[in-house]
Design a protein around this ligand. Structure first.
Ligand SMILES: [Fe+2]
Length: 358
């Protein structure tokens, strides 16, 4: 180590200590210190992935320590990563900065590579789509928050969708982070009627460019597991809030692509709902069930939530929660554990998918 590197290390150590000395009750820090993000190293084989959503930067954030305790190889943000809800980009940046200065979150930043996608509140408008006038500027703010390197192709196109392929041959995980906001056609809302959103039978969630990208990613993939991240839920159809099924043809299009390309190990992960739940659906032409892990929220939930979901496995969780995926690579095909956990690492729900079984 040369003298410059030693000086840099001492400087970073000093910043770190300064930061911990200014901690507030919510974990938000008055420090302006910068954490150098961990490299997202796609050559690494993943066995432990943590994920979560719905996180108010000004609320207490008690789950980062239990998340770090699980020693994940990767953290995936699934949207409403902050509650920006603004067209003021300075206010949005300040909100992201508050989150990055949260000393509890900084424990994750120091220990775990981080990727992610947004939902409506960090995008900038509740239940918003392509009509949001600041979508381009907000996209850049999200990528800055996530420290996405300028070499990532996402910077060269519109929208926030990204893909990452981790691991050695035969143990590959492709993560496709879908952008369900930037290109989404308008949805019409109605009050006191079911469903709250009038189904849009001709519009799009992803937009044609993103769909082309998804298909190309699937067609050329040699991964054994494909994790699709979406802010809003993909499988559940019964609840009254935003979901892929507001655009049923888009949901079918995703299923059809999985069948067409015989995509192995497709798993959905989502947030948004302020509940945690696991859902499962058999698709004709796919030899394994599609399972969706919904984890929301990290700082606030719908307490005493109860709603119908005929695809649900087990029970709904209305406590603060994060999602956890553990992959066993020992067999011919992987075995995947999907879990919803809470404070102290408490296990609320779990489901195992063994891809060796037909
Ligand atoms: Fe949301």
């Amino acid at each position: 180590m040369n003298a410059n590197k030693i000086f840099l290390c001492l400087f970073m150590l000093l910043l770190t200590n300064l930061n911990y000395s200014c901690k507030s009750k919510t974990g938000a820090s008055a420090s302006t210190s910068t954490i150098v993000p961990l490299l997202v190293d796609e050559s690494k084989t993943l066995t432990r992935i943590a994920l979560g959503s719905c996180n108010r930067s000004d609320y207490e954030q008690p789950l980062w320590q239990p998340i770090v305790d699980e020693k994940p190889d990767l953290w995936i943000w699934l949207g409403d990563n902050i509650y920006g809800d603004t067209e003021d980009m300075k206010a949005l940046a300040a909100n992201y900065a508050l989150q990055k200065n949260n000393s509890e979150y900084q424990k994750l930043m120091r220990s775990t590579p981080i990727i992610g996608i947004w939902d409506d509140h960090d995008y900038g408008v509740n239940d918003g789509g392509k009509e949001y006038p600041k979508r381009s500027e907000s996209r850049d703010a999200m990528l800055d928050f996530l420290d996405v390197p300028k070499s990532n192709p996402v910077w060269q196109r519109d929208g926030g969708y990204q893909s990452y392929t981790f691991g050695e041959a035969g143990k590959k995980v492709k993560v496709l982070l879908l952008d369900a906001r930037y290109f989404r056609d308008r949805v019409e809302r109605r009050r006191k009627e079911y469903p709250q959103y009038i189904p849009n039978l001709t519009g799009t969630i992803l937009g044609e460019e993103q769909w082309k990208w998804v298909e190309e990613e699937l067609k050329t993939s040699d991964a054994q597991i494909h994790i699709f991240g979406s802010g809003i839920q993909i499988l559940p159809v019964q609840h009254n809030y935003e979901k892929w099924n507001t655009f049923p043809q888009e949901r079918d299009r995703l299923f059809n692509l999985l069948v067409k390309h015989q995509v192995p190990g497709a798993i959905f992960i989502s947030g948004d709902r302020h509940i945690g739940e696991l859902s499962k659906k058999e698709i004709e032409g796919l030899e394994y069930p599609l399972v969706e892990l919904t984890s929301s929220g990290l700082t606030h939930t719908y307490e005493n939530a109860s709603e119908e979901n005929n695809l649900r496995i087990g029970k709904l969780t209305d406590q603060l929660n994060f999602g956890f995926i553990e992959i066993d690579w020992k067999g011919d095909k992987p075995i995947v554990d999907l879990e919803i956990r809470g404070k102290g690492g408490k296990l609320f729900q779990a489901y195992k998918i063994d891809y060796n079984q037909k």
